[in-house]
Design a binder for this molecule. Structure first.
Ligand code: NAD
Ligand code: MLT
Length: 528
């Protein structure tokens, strides 16, 4: 058995490494501090890449990876991974979302208290032998307003600690409902109002195209002169030049920063500023958090490599992966229908839709991706289509994808897959009998009962006597054995569609003889 190579490219706790070392057949390589070129070279032949926030997994790195299945980030932010590039290549990116929540929330509060009470400057002065009680007068937090931007795991924890300090908490998070905030005794407020009213603004949101430099001239201009800004999330959320100007011009009382747009920062202007308390990205740096995230990511990598289980994947559009196993035969059937349709149809695909009825409706989301995977695999170079990149590849080809559930169906539980191409449209309906037996039960208007696998010959002909005999004769003369001959007729009994399962590959010369039978309108071979 060839070794599964796992590359650990940032420091990982010993506890996490021991979990990786126990993965059967795995070979662990630890190479930290690599630049882009060295990392691109190191990922060749690697199945799993484990990182923290040190290395940058760029498109160039991802494109150099020839068998990478998973990138595991020990921590929350995946902003050091080119997610689009990973998704395009079908590489799962996962993180450990909760392992360092407490560490980051406690650090936020450490920074806030240090800033409000001027603790670092006072401690430095004392260590320098001075006793300057009058110089370091701080401000109390009790009774003041904390404005939390991003009310997720860390933001909520920070808000909880604020309540112990008897602070009022306002929050801005467009993805959190009023009722969810009210349960936490937090009032939601529009972003500008939060910046206007808060005595302390604390950032706990991810960096996205929308949030990059969110805190700039405009929002800083809304803040009270006495207010404090805390950033223990990501440096790129703040326009650092605008922050420096606000501090210099006395428009803001102070800032506590754990994160910087470039780390380590090129300029120390903010770090050295007398109104700033700064730490070098230490939010998650507790022994407990490092064990948590190290062990968690190692266990998640083990689950991917050994059992195909994907926890905390950030680019996998399936929310409940257990459904893939629970509906195994349905997943297999839908994948086969997808392959069948891809090979049967002509013209560029424009539209794909899937509609489930009955029990399989629960698995609509994975079945939709499975259908896309089946449809796109035969037409994608390298054939590497999976749940991660199926949606992306469909969008890239301009295919619109729809999914729905219905209670109008011929079978108690069925999956109906429809594809519209530039030249035709096709609907294939499938079902699973007795929990196992996969069958195509309808192709367009033709009802039938076909096992969708193997070498299939699909024939449409006028419903006249003798066609079965003639087709059988041509196949028999070529020494080709028929395993199954299934046919369905349209309601007017004008045409017949037949699916003939043959034991071996049907040569083109035989197909020509079949197409020459007068009643035959078309004949195509489909390998599923
Ligand atoms: P989370 O996903 O639980 O919470 C993020 C919240 O931000 C979500 O509720 C989301 O709805 C909200 N959000 C998204 N876009 C927003 C927007 N435009 N405006 C307002 N809110 C928005 O994440 P988390 O675990 O709480 O982490 C929060 C941040 O802290 C992340 O940026 C993470 O990378 C960072 N972090 C830093 C450290 C550190 O060492 N300093 C440690 C852990 C996490
Ligand atoms: C995170 O996103 O988890 C933190 O920034 C901590 C880290 O980078 O390790």
């Amino acid at each position: 058995m060839s070794k599964l190579r796992i590359l650990v490219a940032d420091p990982l706790s010993e506890e996490g490494l021991s979990v990786l070392r126990r993965i059967e057949g795995a070979e662990i390589e630890i190479k930290t501090g690599l630049d882009e070129a060295a990392l691109a070279e190191a990922v060749a032949g690697v199945s799993a890449l484990v990182i923290r926030s040190g290395v940058k997994v760029t498109r160039r790195v991802i494109e150099s990876a020839d068998c990478l299945k998973v990138i595991g980030r020990a921590g929350v932010g995946v902003d050091n991974v080119d997610l689009d590039a990973a998704t395009e290549r079908g590489i799962v990116v996962m993180n450990t979302p909760s392992g360092n929540t407490v560490a980051a929330a406690e650090h936020t509060w450490g920074l806030l208290l240090a800033l409000a009470r001027k603790i670092p400057a006072a401690a430095a002065s004392f260590k320098a032998g001075k006793w300057e009680r009058g110089k370091f007068v701080g401000n109390e937090l009790c009774g003041k307003t904390l404005g939390v931007v991003g009310l997720g795991r860390i933001g909520s924890e920070v808000a909880r600690y604020a309540q112990a300090f008897r602070m009022r908490v306002l929050a801005y998070d467009p993805f959190i409902s009023e009722s969810r905030a009210a349960e936490q005794e937090i009032t939601l407020a529009p972003l500008e109002e939060l910046f206007e009213k808060a005595d302390v603004v604390s950032l706990h949101l991810p960096v996205t195209e929308e949030t990059r430099k969110l805190v700039g001239v405009k929002l800083l201009g809304k803040m009270k002169k006495s207010a404090l800004l805390v950033n223990c999330a990501r440096g790129a959320l703040v326009d650092e030049a605008a922050l420096l100007a606000a501090l210099n011009e006395g428009r803001l009382a102070g800032a506590a920063l754990d994160v910087f747009s470039k780390e380590p920062p090129e300029s120390l202007d903010l770090v050295l500023h007398e109104k700033v308390v700064a730490t070098p990205h230490l939010g998650a740096s507790t022994r407990e958090a490092q064990i948590n995230v190290g062990v968690q990511i190692a266990e998640q990598i083990e689950a991917v490599l050994s059992r195909n289980v994907y926890d905390n994947a950030v680019n996998l559009p399936i929310t409940d992966f257990a459904l893939v196993e629970k509906f195994g035969p349905w997943v297999e059937l839908t994948g086969r229908i997808g392959v069948f349709m891809a090979k049967f149809m002509t013209g560029g695909v424009r539209q794909v839709s899937i509609s489930c009825a009955g029990g399989c409706t629960e698995a609509l989301q994975p079945l939709k991706l499975t259908l896309l995977k089946g449809l796109l695999t035969p037409v994608t170079a390298g054939g590497n289509v999976n749940f991660v990149n199926a949606g992306f590849l469909a969008r890239q080809r301009g295919i619109t994808v729809e999914s729905s559930s219905t209670d109008r169906a011929d079978y108690t539980s069925q999956v109906a897959c429809s594809v519209v191409t530039d030249s035709e449209s096709l609907t294939v309906v499938g079902t699973v009998f007795g929990g196992e037996l996969q069958r195509i039960v309808r192709i367009n208007e033709f009802h039938m009962d076909v096992n969708p696998r193997g070498h299939l010959l699909v024939i449409k002909n006028a419903d006249v006597p003798g066609v079965i005999g003639q087709v059988g004769g041509v196949l028999g003369a070529a020494g080709l054995n028929i395993a199954e001959y299934r046919l369905g007729r349209d309601d007017q009994r004008r045409n017949t569609l037949s699916l003939i399962s043959v034991d071996s590959v049907i040569p083109e010369s035989v197909m020509e003889n079949i197409r020459a039978i007068p009643a035959i309108q078309f004949a195509r071979v489909v390998e599923v």
